[in-house]
Write a protein that binds this ligand. Structure first.
Ligand SMILES: NC(=O)c1ccc[n+]([C@@H]2O[C@H](COP(=O)([O-])OP(=O)(O)OC[C@H]3O[C@@H](n4cnc5c(N)ncnc54)[C@H](OP(=O)(O)O)[C@@H]3O)[C@@H](O)[C@H]2O)c1
Length: 304
């Protein structure tokens, strides 16, 4: 009999790919959604509700063997917005899992940002959630994934940067030597699948990246772009004061439009941080997963 996985964040960039992967591998999926319009698929059951709704969460995990918690607040102009979703929402989901009596495993999609909780509201909310979930898990087998910047079809954040790079312009938000890392969505979905297929008791947290040694500097991205274009790429440094002004304008405009901004001063501290290199070795040792897609290959084949 196929296993049933309850998944949150199914309507988002990462969750959508994870669900496609799980359905293709014969899992039954129960997906949480706040949206009225839903796509249909065999073996996919939609549960209407949010992380703020305990009854919906109880329904989501009813009869499920595993949970993949992918919903998260990635934009916002105050700490409270991140805490409410990423911390309180995750705790509420774990409470539902523990009350379910059927769920055995809980995979939390955290973020590499959780490595430095002091940097941003987002980073801190993910770190606090990791701590709380670990404290609560007891008989539930918890896994914590810390993916670095994820890209691929459906992503809206890195796509414009990569498009500019391939047109010959690379806007650089920090020291040109600072370290970045990336992960293609197909590799993340495969890692989730392999985690579900492995009886792993260690929560970790596990970092996930594409395995480029010591990550990428802005200069190495410039070189990759130049190789693919067979023409130069211009690296354009954006000074910190300008980034902060852009963040303030973005925050104001989004407030007027009653939307959550991505670019805030809190996010600028993440963007300009000097070392976002990561290592996937620990996860590889634990479940045998290895990333397949290099950034250069993905850019060359326009797999984003
Ligand atoms: N993208 C990356 O580079 C990256 C890197 C590391 C970690 N992550 C983590 O991966 C997860 C998914 O990121 P993403 O890039 O796919 O983001 P996304 O496209 O913005 O998707 C976020 C998902 O979470 C759902 N969600 C947000 N708040 C919710 C709430 N209160 N109740 C129920 N659902 C809620 C959204 O539902 P709606 O569609 O209804 O808004 C959406 O399905 C997040 O936890 C993020 O922190 C992302």
């Amino acid at each position: 009999m196929s296993r049933t996985v309850a998944v949150t964040g199914v309507t988002g960039f990462i969750g959508r790919h994870i669900v496609e992967k799980l359905l293709s591998q014969g899992f039954a999926v129960r997906g949480l959604t706040r949206q009225a319009k839903k796509t249909t698929a065999d073996n996919l059951t939609w549960i209407q509700g949010s992380l703020e709704d305990s009854a919906a969460l109880a329904e989501l995990v009813r009869g499920a063997d595993d949970v993949v918690h992918c919903a998260g607040q990635v934009r916002g102009s105050s700490e409270d917005i991140f805490t409410r979703c990423n911390l309180s929402g995750s705790v509420r989901l774990m409470q539902a899992v523990k009350a379910s009596g059927t769920c055995e495993r809980f995979l939390f999609i955290s973020s590499l940002a959780a490595r430095y909780p002091q940097l941003s509201w987002y980073a801190n909310s993910k770190f606090q959630a990791e701590q709380q979930l670990t404290a609560m898990a007891s008989d539930i087998s918890l896994g914590i994934f810390r993916p670095t910047a994820v890209y691929g079809p459906g992503d809206r954040e890195l796509k414009p940067v990569f498009n500019w790079l391939l047109r010959g312009i690379l806007p650089c938000t920090g020291n040109p030597e600072s370290r970045l890392s990336f992960l293609h969505i197909s590799d993340l979905a495969e890692a989730v699948y392999q985690w579900l297929m492995t009886a792993l008791s260690e929560a970790a947290p596990f970092e996930l990246c594409d395995g480029a040694d010591a990550g990428y500097s802005w200069k190495s991205l410039q070189e990759i772009g130049s190789r693919i274009r067979a023409k130069p790429v211009h690296l354009i440094g954006i000074p910190l004061p300008l980034l902060n002004v852009a963040a303030d304008i973005s925050t104001l405009l989004h407030r007027i439009a009653r939307k959550d901004p991505m670019l805030t001063r809190s996010k600028v501290r993440e963007l300009t941080f000097g070392d976002w290199s990561a290592s996937y070795c620990r996860l590889s040792e634990a479940i045998g997963w290895r990333p397949e897609m290099s950034l250069e290959q993905a850019l060359r084949e326009r797999l984003f």
